[in-house]
Write a protein that binds this ligand. Sequence first.
Ligand code: SAM
Length: 202
Amino acid sequence: MVDEQPGERWNRRYAEERWPDQPDDLLVARAAGLPAGRAVDLACGPGRNAVHLARLGWTVTGIDASSVGLAQAAARAGAAGVQVELVEADVRDWRPVAGGVDLVVVANLHLPPGTREPFFARIVAALAPGGHALVVGHHPDSPGCRGSLGAERGYTAELLATLLAPCRLEVHHVHRPGRDGRGPSHRLAAWATLPGTPGTLC
Ligand SMILES: C[S@@+](CC[C@H](N)C(=O)[O-])C[C@H]1O[C@@H](n2cnc3c(N)ncnc32)[C@H](O)[C@@H]1O
């Protein structure tokens, strides 16, 4: 859920709950075949995906509103012996250089309609030719969406195709056993590729 002060809510949550350590499977699979470049992890939290990319040699910036999450990300990067630039900010204020990023990661961030469209338009504009975006998040029928989040913040394949146009999309449905007594979760994991040849201008 995102509210006017997303950092405060997540500071409390990260202080009470250990967040998963493992990077997203689709990121692991796809990044393994890519040359290292410039990556941005938007709403990076404790940095599992950002640190994975840094370990592969990527130059990574992680942005999040939670100081506690970022402190955990810094500790994770330190333990792995890698550097990640960590920025405490609202991702809705992110204004990237056009074409300046090879890979954008957005994992488990569910912005409301109205806010997410310009946010994803900035992601697409930030991608270099041939660049990629990984998006992971709850489908509207997932218990995570039926609760406090609200189904309108969930992701469908059709919505992602619209948000990430003109990228080519590979979309996976990921079903996992429920946590905290909730039903099984249903997430989408999408790998988007902007047309174009890496290293060339559009
Ligand atoms: C579910 S966690 C996901 C963390 C990480 N991406 C992962 O998958 O491990 C959601 C994260 O989004 C961050 N967040 C939510 N809204 C935000 C906003 N508007 N600006 C910056 N960070 C935000 C929270 O602070 C939190 O760290």
